[in-house]
Design a protein around this ligand. Sequence first.
Ligand code: NAD
Length: 291
Amino acid sequence: MTAIGFIGLGIMGSHMAANLIAAGHAVTGYDVVPASVDRLAQAGGKPASDIASAVAGAEVVITMLPDSPQVVEVVLEPGGVLSAVEPGALLIDMSSIAPETSRAVAAAGAERGVRVLDAPVSGGEQGAIKASLSIMVGGSPEDFATAQPIFDALGRTIVHVGPHGAGQTVKAANQLMVAGIISLVAEAIVLLEASDVDSTRGLEVLAGGLAGNRILDLKATSMIARQFEPGFRIDLHHKDMGIAQNAARSAGVALPVTGIVAQLVAAARAQGHGSLDHSALLKVVEELSGR
Ligand code: NAD
């Protein structure tokens, strides 16, 4: 049993914290939204009214926050995790943020004797619910080994991919692929429907061939039904496309398809779909086709 402070109890964090409780860990949770803290208490966790009380006595602190600015605020600012947690604790940031922010957090942690891992995830809300997430981890091998029992309660494919920030770079690669695949599934749906071919039957057979993929398996039915409840919000995917493009610039590489897909995500947001699921990229493709 590990004493865990969990900060960020949203779509993903709420289920992840519940899975840690179910695995026998003692979880104290905090979120700026009080209803999310209440939900943690109903799942058997201990509610906290601020960051300091969430991390008091914690051996491990997990953050699952939207973006870099929230991680900087929660971890680095006065009253934040690093000022409140015991030296020797392990901070696992599971948010999807910029790799350079993860490296800055790790450096600030080291100054205070707090060990840090970046461990973003893939698998969506269903993966969080079923504890079947893919977890991509950056940091030291020793800290990865310490965190393994925590990761085992949250995910299925758990890989140490390199030093601080490497987990975030792998997550950026994941996000550019997911947005690209959604865009292509959307284009397939628009083509089939405009050609008076049954899109459900069309995608069913495609799912068994070389074009088969997880987006087809998980989202084709809801996309064809135009159900876009999140899930993973367009706003967050827009953030991730920015991270991917900045990472490409830093690495000195050209990612032309990512550039086009990032513009489709930006268009979805500009059209007011930011709070819909990222499968709502279908709306942009339809708009471009005048449908
Ligand atoms: P979310 O917005 O539902 O959850 C974030 C939570 O952080 C919210 O409950 C919010 O109130 C809380 N929060 C924000 N600022 C805070 C602060 N200063 N102090 C305390 N709490 C604060 O987002 P989500 O969908 O759970 O995603 C969280 C992270 O995981 C993001 O980086 C996202 O990109 C990533 N992610 C999401 C999914 C998904 O399918 N939703 C999948 C993989 C990765």
